[in-house]
Design a protein around this ligand. Structure first.
Ligand code: SF4
Length: 135
């Protein structure tokens, strides 16, 4: 049996709590709080304690889906991004920039959130920007 504890950072929110990922024979099996981490000092919320569960979940989405002929269909990232860009362009041209909005996420970095709001304002032309923590 090969047991490892790998220090990492919780990916559920922007707080950035330190965790120890428990890995048994190459498979992620558990999460512990990192006692020496300055943010959480050995504590985790319920999401952090269960951080490992989604990694091996059979329900985890690993690729994008778009609706084709009324059915959710798995597609490549290139196709999904092209589809989203085309539909956003059509909607903005037809209904104006304030007909769309960008929802950012606590699960990404500050830099990624910055790019998301910049995309909304500079590319789409809307100030409709919000964040999952307010929903
Ligand atoms: S343990 Fe909870 S508070 Fe800490 S980063 Fe994860 S989700 Fe956020």
């Amino acid at each position: 049996m090969d047991y490892e504890f790998i220090p990492s950072v919780c990916s559920y929110c922007g707080t950035g709590c330190g965790v120890l990922l428990k890995v048994l024979d190459g498979k992620l099996v558990g999460t512990l709080p990192l006692k020496t981490h300055p943010v959480n000092q050995g504590k985790l919320c319920i999401k952090g304690w269960n951080l490992h569960e989604y990694v091996n979940s059979p329900r985890r989405l690993k690729s994008p889906f778009i609706k084709v002929d009324g059915r959710q269909t798995e597609v490549s990232w290139d196709r999904a991004i092209s589809h989203a860009a085309q539909r956003l362009k059509e909607i903005v041209e037809k209904h104006g920039p304030d007909s769309v909005a960008v929802l950012a996420s606590a699960k990404v970095t500050n830099e990624e959130n910055y790019v998301a709001q910049k995309f909304a304002r500079a590319v789409l032309g809307t100030n409709n920007v919000d964040h999952c923590a307010r929903l």
